[in-house]
Design a protein around this ligand. Structure first.
Ligand code: ADE
Ligand code: ZN
Length: 333
């Protein structure tokens, strides 16, 4: 079955963390099965509770501690893709971290990956949503662990694992500390992205471009503080994985109307739209579209253009892109 319709157009999402997309009820269920008490990370309504970005990272890691086996990750993959498909998402690239899946051991990582992949293939058959993985190092875990993560990525590059990235605390360390990991991933044939310009300013965006050679930037929105950098992004066709709801929920910007995605788009930067960690930020892809329509009066034409940008910038192979292009063309026939 497919949830895509004229009112719920087909969407491509490029910036999405698998654990961060875990519904809170799903994590509570796992905690109960394992007799773990993580009740402190939920509010009275059962939603995730955090006070700022750094607290969010702690809550994220506490929720993730309930995910302990390939089977848990298979169940998570299914639950998450069901939610994404309801929003009309037909293609999703999700960040996967060997840190959480087998402690960066390549053999264990392969087992987790197989479980996630099988769940993703079943979801594709049942709901018409295609998943690809971006292996992601976590910045505040440091460069040594990132190197082991890059080796996991390089060993499993293929039609499912298509990219390598860097997430976590942008204020910790410098992009150059992760150069070895990004070189390793690039040499293995992986596409590259890194979180920057969320908690760091324009210099942080410049650094991931110059030191890590990424083709996409996760968030990147604080580039707006330096219009020369904005021009550079537009000229070089650097794609921003913008997550407006995440930025508002975490307090990077006070409201969607004050969010720079509108100006970045007007200035010719290739922007795309994603949810980041949807239940943490009380968002969905459908809600992101509705919010941007309300804030910037974006119409179907703008969203179609942004969907095309996401398709062009997706890290999957050419065959997958051809199939997605056909689905976009025929989605409403
Ligand atoms: N990990 C999950 N969500 C993140 C975000 N918004 N920024 C950095 N790391 C993350
Ligand atoms: Zn993110």
């Amino acid at each position: 079955m497919s949830y895509v319709s004229r009112a719920n157009p087909a969407k491509l999402e490029l910036h999405h963390h698998l654990e961060g997309a875990a519904p809170p009820a799903f994590i509570r269920g796992l905690a109960k099965e394992k007799h773990m008490d993580i009740s402190g990370i939920f509010d009275a309504q059962g939603a995730y509770k955090y006070v700022d970005f750094w607290d969010f990272l702690k809550v994220y890691e506490a929720a993730t501690s309930t995910l302990q086996s390939p089977e848990d990750y298979a169940r998570l993959t299914r639950a998450v893709l069901e939610e994404s498909a309801k929003s009309g998402v037909i293609y999703c690239e999700t960040f996967l971290s060997p840190d959480f899946c087998g402690g960066r051991d390549v053999g264990a990582w392969r087992e987790y990956l197989l479980a996630m992949r099988e769940a993703a293939e079943a979801a594709e058959r049942d709901m018409g949503i295609t998943l690809r993985g971006i292996v992601t190092a976590i910045r505040h875990f440091g460069p040594d662990k990132a190197r082991q993560t890059a080796v996991c990525a390089a060993e499993t590059v293929g039609d499912f694992i298509v990219g390598f990235g860097l997430a976590g605390d942008e204020t910790s360390g410098a992009p150059a500390d992760f150069k070895w990991s990004f070189d390793c991933a690039r040499e293995a044939g992986l596409h590259l992205t890194a979180h920057a310009g969320e908690w760091g300013g324009p210099e942080s965006v410049r650094a991931v471009l110059a030191d890590l050679g990424v083709s996409r930037v996760g968030h990147g929105v604080r580039a707006i503080e330096d219009l020369a950098l904005v021009d550079q992004l537009a000229e070089q066709g650097v794609v921003l994985e913008v997550c407006p709801g995440s930025n508002v929920a975490l307090g990077v910007y006070p409201s969607l109307r004050k969010h720079p995605i509108g100006e970045l788009y007007r200035r010719g930067v290739k922007v795309t739209i994603s949810t980041d960690d949807p239940p943490f930020f009380h968002t969905t892809m459908q809600a992101e579209y509705a919010g941007l329509h309300a804030a910037f009066d974006w119409d179907d034409g703008v969203f179609a253009e942004i969907t095309q940008t996401a398709l062009d910038a997706a890290f999957c192979d050419a065959d997958t892109k051809t199939k997605l292009r056909k689905r976009l063309e025929t989605a409403h026939d």
